[in-house]
Write a protein that binds this ligand. Structure first.
Ligand code: FAD
Ligand code: SF4
Length: 325
């Protein structure tokens, strides 16, 4: 780690104030818990002159009913609050479970949901100190010309490694975003692109303010991940599943993954399981969907083939845990 560089910190109390401050400081960065951004600053990966601290914006720190059986979560809610929230643990189990696997307890105490959804992509050639990256001529994602993972191309394959996105995606979450042009609400899935160097489709100055989870009566859900260090680590692969089982077998199933592509991935083709029981045949169908959709690269210490196997095992494990067996 380098020494902390100088920067100004501004402390808005409302979203409007934060957006206005961004207008006056167009090169500023928003910071919430700082557990991702500050690490990147200390590694010299980012060097903003101004940070706009969202931690005093009380409007984005609530968890509320939406009046129709769903839940609205402020982007500034901390991960430890999510883990302890009874309504979430009861109705959206995967969300609370995913939050509980992020980093360590001290991080989760300040880390926010918004920061988790907006965290930078990761790569073993990028999440390094300034001197390490400079000694390796940097890379395409920042200050360099070549991708060390796929040197013949011009694409960055850094992996999206947030744990919360897949857990929210399986519930069809929507996000509300406020910015210089006003407010908009879009599916969470629409804020991501499969490009490690530009994976977040937020416009300059936009802030994620709330995350809406529609009602999920009778939906079972779960999240699991595999990481190098079980005490605190990003996922090598993470899998969330939401499933509704009726008298005729599976009514609805949605699967989302993290740690494998440059964006969180909603698995396509899971409708094929409708009407099936969660048995070996269904698990095979599910894991057969994976190979063509996931794209782990040599962006972590563990080889892509290993992460493929991990993803397959996880998807089977989580699906089985939600069955009646
Ligand atoms: C040792 C260690 C282990 C970790 N392990 C994990 C892990 O296992 N899983 C995992 O998912 N993460 C992990 N993290 C990363 C990080 O702790 C979490 O992702 C955390 O939830 C980030 O939230 P934050 O509020 O601290 O984000 P910040 O660092 O404050 O911000 C992260 C990014 O989001 C942007 N941002 C923040 N809030 C908003 C908003 N409301 N609207 C728009 N942009 C916003 C910031 O500008 C910044 O670019 C780890 C970090 C460390 C240091
Ligand atoms: S995938 Fe390539 S361009 Fe992207 S961070 Fe890694 S080395 Fe850099």
């Amino acid at each position: 780690m380098e020494f902390m560089p100088d920067f100004n910190v501004l402390h808005p109390a409302t979203i409007d104030e934060a957006v206005n401050l961004f207008g006056q400081n167009p090169d500023a960065r928003y910071v919430a818990g700082g557990t991702d951004l500050v690490v990147n600053i200390r590694r010299g990966i980012e060097a903003p002159q101004t940070l706009i601290d969202l931690s005093r914006v009380t409007d984005i720190k609530q968890i509320e009913d939406d009046g129709a059986g769903g839940t609205v979560i402020g982007a500034g809610v901390t991960l430890s609050t999510l883990i302890d929230h009874q309504g979430l643990t009861e109705n959206y189990g995967a969300v609370a479970q995913a939050a509980a696997t992020v980093a360590a307890a001290t991080h989760r105490h300040v880390a926010t949901l918004g920061g988790n959804l907006c965290l930078d992509t990761r790569c073993v050639f990028y999440n390094q100190s300034e001197w390490w990256r400079s000694a390796n001529d940097y890379c395409l994602k920042s200050r360099g010309d070549v991708c060390h993972v796929a040197p013949s191309g011009d694409h960055c394959f850094a992996a999206f490694s947030g744990d919360l996105a897949p857990a929210l995606l399986v519930f069809d979450a929507e996000v509300t975003i406020n910015g210089p042009e006003g407010s908009r609400t879009v599916p969470l899935n629409d804020i991501y692109a499969d490009d490690g160097a530009a994976h977040l489709l937020l416009e300059k100055g936009e802030i994620l303010t709330t995350i809406h989870l529609p009602a999920a009566k009778g939906v079972r859900s779960g999240y699991d991940k595999v990481r190098v260090r079980d005490s605190l680590d990003f996922p090598l692969a993470g899998v969330a599943i939401a499933m509704k089982i009726g008298a005729q077998g599976i009514d609805r199933i949605k699967v989302a993954l993290t740690g494998l592509n440059s964006r969180p991935l909603v698995l396509a083709g899971t409708d094929a399981l409708t009407g099936q029981n969660v048995d070996e045949k269904a698990l095979d169908t599910l894991s057969d969907l994976l190979p063509k959709q996931i794209q782990p690269m040599t962006s972590t210490m563990t080889p892509p083939g290993y992460r493929r196997k991990v993803a397959t095992n996880l998807i089977r494990k989580v699906a089985l845990s939600l069955s009646d067996r």
